[in-house]
Design a binder for this molecule. Structure first.
Ligand code: APR
Length: 246
């Protein structure tokens, strides 16, 4: 951890790349691995455009359930540690696959959401977009402008990522000299390309995860542990290095 903290403190352009595991300690289930959402539900029944047009009520019931989980959960020490590392000027941005908005709630300012945001709703008829602060009341939610059907503002399987977000993420990864990979199995593309893009650009790669990930073979540092324990300790050690270097 000392070596990692020193390397991170000495980086000039570090980013964090996060997945569901960073929110696990908030009580928000991950997708894969023991107890994961895809163990209990079929993604093709809930997280595809076809599933939504087939049964918008079922899909919304599932997203409202996730909204309620996230709403009562809140950020955990891992989210706050990344926000602290941004305030220290060490982490320049967080690129996340998560749709829970917990990075922003913890104070991270530059967050690129590759898969959208569960608190954003979009009308399938007129394209109107709204942001909700609490779990939706009516299912399915209706567009305040045209009365049409609103969908969750997230990227489903089979859908392209938002171009602007993807381009920003690739630009950040290509120019990074350090990528802190936290809580992602690396199972889903194109998001999983980002650490490799950074590595090709000469970046150091650190992986924080209790389990094995697809990034372990390109990792310069591998910290096996829960993000809510590892990241606060890492932030403290980075602060110590920054203080001692003054
Ligand atoms: N701290 C850190 N990592 C953890 C923790 C924890 N407390 N608990 C679990 N993990 C790790 C797991 O070991 C796993 O490597 O988090 C990772 C979660 O992997 P996934 O469930 O596959 O989540 P993610 O990689 O974010 O999935 C990517 O898949 O279903 C789609 O769109 C969805 O954005 C999601 C994408």
């Amino acid at each position: 951890m000392e070596e990692l903290a020193r390397a991170l403190a000495n980086s000039k352009n570090a980013i964090a790349f996060t997945g569901a595991g960073i929110s696990a300690d908030s009580g928000v289930p991950t997708f894969r691995g023991p107890g994961g959402l895809w163990e209990r539900y079929k993604p093709e029944e809930l997280a595809t455009p076809e599933a939504f047009s087939r049964n918008p009520v079922l899909v919304w019931r599932w997203y409202r359930w996730r909204q309620e989980l996230i709403y009562s959960a809140g950020p955990n020490p891992a989210h706050y540690a990344l926000a602290e590392l941004e305030r220290l000027g060490v982490i320049k941005a967080v690129v996340t696959q998560n749709v829970d908005g917990l990075h922003q709630k913890a104070g991270s300012r530059r967050v690129v959401e590759l898969h959208g945001n569960i608190w954003h709703l979009r009308c399938v008829d007129c394209g109107n977009e709204i942001v909700v602060e609490k779990p939706v009341a009516e299912i399915p939610p209706r567009c305040p402008r045209c009365g049409g059907l609103m969908r969750p503002g997230v990227v489903w399987f089979g859908e392209p990522l938002h171009r602007a977000s993807w381009e920003e993420a690739v630009a950040l990864a290509s120019s990074a000299d350090f990528v802190l990979v936290v809580g992602t199995s690396g199972a889903v593309y194109p998001a999983a390309l980002l650490p490799t893009i950074a590595k090709r650009g000469g970046a150091l790669v650190a992986v924080v995860d209790p389990g094995k990930t697809a990034f372990d073979d390109i990792a310069d540092f591998k910290i096996r542990g829960r993000a809510a324990e590892v990241l606060p300790e890492l932030a403290r050690k980075v602060k110590d290095v920054l203080r001692s270097d003054i």
